[in-house]
Design a protein around this ligand. Structure first.
Ligand SMILES: *Cc1c(COP(=O)(O)O)cnc(C)c1O
Length: 361
């Protein structure tokens, strides 16, 4: 086999090696069928078993009770920015948003385009989104409160979720779903594009609490209603079969090889600590995010100049450390340490960073 590199891409992102090997091994004949899963009917029992298995694993891993439904949609997290207000807004009530950066404000903008009354309860725009707003003042009339649990681009993460006193929380968890344990009960809806932490691009995992389904307006297009996909078990039309299959394998790996979310969280904490501890121990690299709100998933850091940052990204790539460029909207560097990124990869990155300072510091 050709040498594999260490993948720090922000999304699509690293997948566990055993998952990639399993896909390869099952590619030509899927579990005794004599055909590839790519060639199979989405109405077949074989595929439906895969889809049901993936949904069951989502429920088990996140400890969702029977009130929660898991559906698989297309259109990415970006379509959810619009589907959430379309489906869950309520007549005469504002919808609440917390502005923690690039993706959070995109979500908010879709609600505004739809003409909803949008309340921005808090924003960290005043400090370049380098922190998570604290001490929220809630408006108890909100239809829901939307937040982005992990800010992929800015490198911040909610360490705990605000107590909304019964107002349903809605969260974009695209870049940290399945990375840690949390209590799902205050959430009316959770969505995540799979391509960061749960699989390949092409499928969005949506978890919706039963009581939210009563809000879905009758006059929405069929493809834009959550109820369509809940009632059809995500099989209203052809789903992204291959992507759902890979999500199932990633979640199987998470449950059976890693050993569940507590174990995954411990590993993620260990990885993030290795990198942040090194960044904080010297003064060539720096992290702009306040320590208490730093993301375990996306570690953003700066070098003394944009020229050095470019050189760093290029040389890292030559050494087999790929995907370290920061998002085009903020610049700098970013290492995405999603579930599939190993402790070994993070140690290799820190070794490279030390070597880079030795030569250029
Ligand atoms: C990547 C990302 C998105 C965009 O996802 P798409 O699937 O490309 O629409 C939205 N929100 C967050 C938090 C992300 O990290």
């Amino acid at each position: 086999m050709e040498q594999r590199v260490f993948v720090f891409n922000p999304g699509p992102a690293a997948l566990p090696l055993p998952v990639l090997e399993r896909i390869r091994d099952e590619m030509l004949s899927f579990r005794g069928t004599g055909m590839s899963i790519l060639e199979m009917s989405h109405r077949s029992k074989t595929f439906e078993n895969v889809l049901n298995d993936a949904a069951m694993r989502v429920k088990r891993l996140l400890r969702l009770d029977e009130r929660f439904r898991v559906i698989f949609l297309q259109g990415g997290a970006s379509l959810q920015f619009a589907m959430v207000p379309m489906n869950l807004a309520l007549e005469g009530k504002p919808v609440g948003y917390i502005d923690t950066g690039y993706w959070a404000s995109k979500a908010m903008k879709e609600a505004q385009i739809l003409g909803k009354e949008v309340r921005i309860l808090a924003s960290s725009a005043d400090k370049n989104y380098a922190y998570i707003p604290k001490n929220l003042v809630l408006d108890e009339n909100l239809a829901y409160l939307h937040l982005t649990s992990n800010n992929t681009i800015e490198g911040t993460q909610w360490q705990s979720f605000p107590d909304t006193q019964g107002i349903p929380l809605v969260s974009d968890m695209s870049s940290d779903i399945f990375s840690r344990v949390f209590d799902p009960s205050p959430f009316g809806l959770i969505y995540a594009g799979a391509q960061k932490n749960a699989g390949p691009s092409g499928v969005t995992i949506v978890i919706v609490r039963e009581d939210m389904l009563g809000r879905v307006p009758k006059n929405l297009p069929t493809m834009l209603k959550y109820t369509t996909f809940v009632e059809s078990n995500s099989l209203y039309n052809t789903p992204p079969c291959f992507a759902v299959y890979v999500v199932d394998l990633v979640l199987e790996w998470l449950e059976e090889t890693v050993g569940g979310l507590e174990k995954m969280e411990a590993l993620n904490r260990e990885k993030a600590k290795i990198l942040y501890d090194y960044i904080d121990s010297q003064d060539f690299y720096s992290c702009p995010v306040v320590p208490e709100d730093r993301s375990m998933m996306n570690v953003v850091f700066r070098l003394p100049s944009p020229e050095l940052e470019d050189q760093f990204v290029k040389e890292a790539e030559k050494e087999g450390l790929v995907g370290l460029k920061g998002h085009r909207s903020v610049g700098g560097c970013r290492a995405s340490l999603y579930n599939a990124v190993t402790v070994e990869a993070v140690r290799a990155l820190v070794d490279f960073m030390k070597e880079f300072v030795r030569k250029n510091g």
